[in-house]
Design a protein around this ligand. Structure first.
Ligand code: ATP
Length: 489
């Protein structure tokens, strides 16, 4: 990371904390590694992002419905899905610092360093060696690579490494009152399995016909070996997943379609298209016949925000085998029963949140010849902004607060509105800019005479005088989610 991008990333983290978007979990006890809490504005923003996703999936598509499955599932679910045996990361410990690392990430950091130093051939060769070792699940080879390339522990500076071992990422706990006889259950590492095990319940009760989809938003948990980069890699996070069930043979057409649909969804939020790219998986998981990531250019480089996977019939077939229950669909159009194929779209809500912060946070220089000035603005798309408008009486007297409260009382029925009468109007505008409020409504003495107010627009800082009666319409036009959803059709 260059100094400039490093500073920008630090600014995002401190701004998120200072204005009540994201706090470290249980901070008074010094926090818990890779666990975060969303504050008063963060939870509003998060809810708006969820609603945007949910409506785009469930409301815009007649053949997609949503569910809310439990976090705990029968433990056999995770045997069937392959998570008990295969959901591992290769880890290595440094014996001097007692710190644990992901072996592949240590090597990737070294590749980055070679690239930065202009040693591109060396970087390419190391990347190839890493891919080969991972593909072959060759843990001993990973260790040899670490030693051969003189990779040292960033804390102790030594090469005193343990062997590389596999580390399962699932959190396990006990269900039942007594430790003896209690059953080991897992905190789900993905929401998808809750959809697969409910496939027939939903298909039958919803009279769903293939192709159809099931969507879900919910928490997932992974005991990441090393967690870093703020809310990018957390141990408790939230996913928004949709499994689309299709006739075998048609899956790659649907895969292409979902790939385009999902990129369009991201871009509708107003980001620079150059900050997004597709990254096709070269090495496919054993159950997939196509997979791609949508990557966003974070301050620390292009990283996955969403995955789109053609998962074949792997999951349903596994659940059919492990449960002994038939998970087939009778297709009346071709008069055949089959296990459907699945296209999955899987996005991390927290990573999406981070893209939105990174896209929106701007420091603007407003200096003139007379004086130096600047402002910090969160230029959220109005439809996802946590606060839609602020109502500001110009002064605290002369009946202006009462008039402002009257306006607020009407608007708050539909929108999250803030009232603020403290400090100068300029300071209040800046406070609203910093939390991304698209409109400031100022009530002044003229408002008492002719019922007009000024609206100040966050991005242009322009002000216009409008009738207070028109406020609901003006705000609705600009902040409604339907404007955003229309771009997707
Ligand atoms: P990565 O390679 O970055 O670990 P993944 O390929 O394991 O991600 P998936 O299993 O495809 O991720 O999960 C789908 C989405 O869930 C990801 O695109 C990401 O947005 C989100 N996600 C996965 N792990 C985490 C995590 N530890 N913290 C936050 N979000 C996550």
């Amino acid at each position: 990371m260059s100094k400039q991008t490093d500073d920008f990333f630090k600014n995002i983290i401190s701004h998120a904390k200072e204005y009540g978007f994201v706090f470290p979990s249980s901070e008074i006890y010094d926090g818990l590694s890779a666990v975060y809490d969303y504050g008063q504005l963060g939870s509003e923003l998060k809810n708006n992002l969820k609603t945007y996703w949910w409506k785009s999936m469930v409301q815009l598509n007649e053949n997609i419905v949503g569910i809310d499955a439990a976090i705990f599932m029968h433990p056999t679910t995770w045997k069937a899905s392959g998570h008990v045996d295969g959901f591992n990361d290769p880890m290595i410990d440094n014996k001097d610092s007692k710190k644990r690392y992901r072996a592949d990430q240590l090597i990737e950091d070294k590749i980055d360093r070679y690239e930065k130093d202009g040693k591109t051939d060396k970087a390419a060769q190391l990347q190839k060696d890493l891919d080969d070792a991972l593909n072959a699940d060759d843990l001993a080879r990973l260790k040899t690579i670490i030693e051969d390339h003189n990779i040292v522990c960033p804390i102790s500076g030594t090469k005193n490494w343990t062997d590389v071992r596999q580390f399962n990422l699932m959190f396990a706990t006990q269900m039942g009152a007594m430790a003896d006889g209690a059953e080991q259950v897992y905190l789900r590492p993905e929401t998808a399995q809750g959809i697969f095990v409910n496939f027939l319940n939903v298909q039958k009760t919803g009279r769903m016909k293939i192709p159809f989809g099931i969507a879900q938003i919910g928490k997932a948990f992974r005991n990441e070996v090393i967690a870093r980069q703020f809310i990018m890699r957390m141990r408790e996070f939230e996913q928004m997943e949709m499994q689309f069930f299709v006739r075998p043979g048609s899956e790659l057409d649907w895969y292409k379609q979902w790939k385009e649909t999902r990129l369009k969804w991201h871009l509708a939020l107003g980001a620079d298209p150059n900050k997004y790219r597709f990254h096709d998986h070269v090495k496919l998981a054993h159950y997939a016949n196509a997979a791609v990531d949508i990557e966003y250019q974070f301050p620390f480089g292009f990283k996955e925000v969403e995955g789109i996977h053609s998962r074949t019939d792997f999951d349903l077939k596994q659940h059919q085998e492990f449960s002994g229950k038939k998970l087939q669909y009778f297709d009346p159009e071709i008069n055949q029963s089959y296990i459907p194929y699945v296209i999955e779209t899987s996005i991390g809500l927290d990573r999406l949140f981070l893209t939105v912060l990174a896209n929106s946070l701007v420091q603007e220089d407003l200096s003139t010849e007379e004086r130096q000035d600047s402002r910090v603005v969160l230029k959220f798309h109005p439809a996802i902004a946590p606060v839609k408008a602020a109502v500001l009486p110009l002064t605290k007297k002369d009946g202006l607060p009462e008039k402002a409260r009257e306006i607020m009382a009407k608007l708050k029925l539909d929108y999250n509105i803030q009232y603020d009468e403290k400090d100068s109007i300029g300071k209040r505008y800046r406070r609203q800019d910093a939390i991304g409020t698209p409109f400031c409504i100022t009530v002044d003495h003229q408002s008492l005479e002719d019922n007009t107010v000024t609206i100040r627009h966050r991005d242009s800082m322009e002000q216009e005088r409008v009738n207070a009666e028109d406020l609901e319409r003006i705000i609705a036009d600009r902040v409604s989610l339907s404007g955003l959803l229309k771009q997707l059709i």
